[in-house]
Ligand binder design. Sequence first.
Ligand code: ADP
Length: 747
Amino acid sequence: MSSPLPPKRIAVLTSGGDAQGMNAALRAIVRTAIERGCEIFAIYEGYQGMVDGGDRIRPMNWDSVGGILHKGGTVIGTARSDDFRTREGRLKAAQNLLDHHIDNLIIIGGDGSLTGANIFRQEWPSLVAELAEKGIITKEIAESHPHLVIVGLVGSIDNDFYGTDMTIGADSALHRITEAVDAITSTAASHQRTFVIKVMGRNCGYLALYGALATGADWVLIPEAPPDVDNWQQVMVERLNAGRKAGRRDSIVIIAEGARDKYGNYIGSSDVQKVLEEALGEEVRVTMLGHVQRGGAPSAFDRNLGTLMGYAAVETVLTAKPDDEPVVMGFKGNRINKTPLIECVEKTRAVAEAIAAKDYERAMELRTSSFKDAFRTLKVMVRALPHTPEPGQSRYRLAVLNAGAPAPGMNTAVRAAVRLGADKGHTILGICNGFQGFADGEINEMNWMSVNGWASIRGSALGTSRRVPAGSDLYALARAIEKNNIQALLVIGGWPAYEAAYKLFTERKNFTAFDIPTVCLPASINNNLPGSELSIGADTALNSIAEAVDKIKQSAVASRRVFVVEVMGHYCGYLTLMSGLATGAERVYLHEEGVTIRDLTHDVEKLVNGFKSGKRLGLMIRNEYANPVYTTPFMRDLFEEEAHDLFDVRQAILGHLQQGGDPSPFDRIQATRYARLCLDFLIEACNKGDTPNAFIGLESGQIRFHDMLDFPRMIDEVRQRPKQQWWLDLRPIAKLLAQPGPTGAVA
Ligand code: ADP
């Protein structure tokens, strides 16, 4: 019988610029590798550590990556290494890996790091041969490690990498930018000032473009799409002046590090400052956000992105065949994907090359379609006033309302709908206080400036209500539609919004007024809407939960304590599972899985055993409706009773802080994107004379519209959630990572 194969040995390193979320990736890689029976090493200080060897290459255990999820940067250090750029350095690096019998490498870094990785892999056989020839390694060692398996994860705040919609760190950097620009906007508005804000991105305008879209900035300069006119300064000044005349109290210009004019000359923030000061005759302040963008705690999204990519990277190493091309883990359409490393590096480089060659058309062509759409949208949103409609152009009366509980991002969606609609010559009517206000006839015409500053504000400025129309409401609604000559309806909201739209749909036979194009845009922190994997507001809520749990955990540093944290979601466990993943909870309780007394007995036994062997902190996250009998206070009391003196138990019911807060950048961006698509949908239907009633959402990587006919088929009406919930597939990963280590520590 042949002897069993020795465990695979994998090394992980972080390289190049650090990025928030690298630690989450590291934690997932280490723990998944251990769980899968591998031996895992961390290489400290990037490639330099691999060249230096010694104690820079260290075996990792379960606990070595405990308590790092919420930390920015990378706990294993990163560096730029000139030695690794030389063959001699890489020979040394190969020797150090072989000393530990390592021939699988997971690299978390930017395009430079991944290019280096690819070169290293290609050279590997020759490096091994040379080491054997020189007698530095034995023939056996050389023969048993003929190939190097490489898997890459892109850690880069710039989001400048082909093959993934998001790189690890970009969302956190956007958080830093939106926080800063929101703060600057309030002081700028107070003093009627102009600010020029410089953000990172040498060859990629992602942070500048999406930062501007998310904050409602007034002008943006990005490397891929320089102003196409020679007198861009004059155009910018005219636009900003026009904005002021229209009533804006401030002007915010966002400029990417790599911004340039069409001749390739860099545009610096001081150039813009000078131009604006001279032309506007007012003080213009420059703020360089610099390394702040790299700093701070990773966003919930980056934690989960790092975690999911890390998990997938180990699975990829385990199934890799020797001659497989190296791959990079990416994220497309809300799922982890893989792309050949060489293709990623080449296409990423191609953008930089196109920019350097002043071939901006090509640079933009290489960007994703959502990037191009975002740029087109931004060009409209920054206008001082809408375009004047062409003679004979069709002009409709479109109404917009919010319904259901307030969700962060609702205002951003209304703002986009009003401006994008007005720019196409249509009249946008704002309905106050949801379907209740609709029935009461609280309807006002909105204009360009009535949504000024709405990109970042919390709650629902239009007002919302949970009322689902019934009985006499229906007559009132029909009258309101007819009286205001509403030709299409955009409903932004959660479950009650969808129910109301469905009601109008089914009542069409009785009320012809309801036979108008209608579309629902998913906005609910619960993320419980059909046909939509991510509704607006859920990302903000997730971040609020992660921040709150980080603080709750810190409060327990000196004691042995278990926290039972209750989060919202109604019967949908999305926030529970995803916040559990983002905070390292050891147990999540979902209504979808149910909770039994046997589960609780098992959990309490695990806790007791954990604390007996040195555990100091326990974190359980519970969905508000996980079980009607085993409530949060019940669980607290049960755990406390069984803990005796081993640990104490505290409950934290997070409540409405989850519905509040400034919308996250992702929610703002998604709100804008959905609003644009919904408007196009409504206008097209009006043009064709069709009267669809539909709901929009991202599903299996695509944004699509579902007919309202599908609504009952797609939902669990009693539990008010979709029948299919994509995120349930992530439960095994959350379970795997949440097991206690030898000292009982989990997070
Ligand atoms: P990033 O990975 O963030 O793009 P860099 O471009 O600085 O950062 O690359 C990080 C490190 O990766 C470099 O210091 C170097 O050690 C290694 N590296 C980059 N490019 C190459 C290359 N062409 N050959 C070998 N190593 C490289």
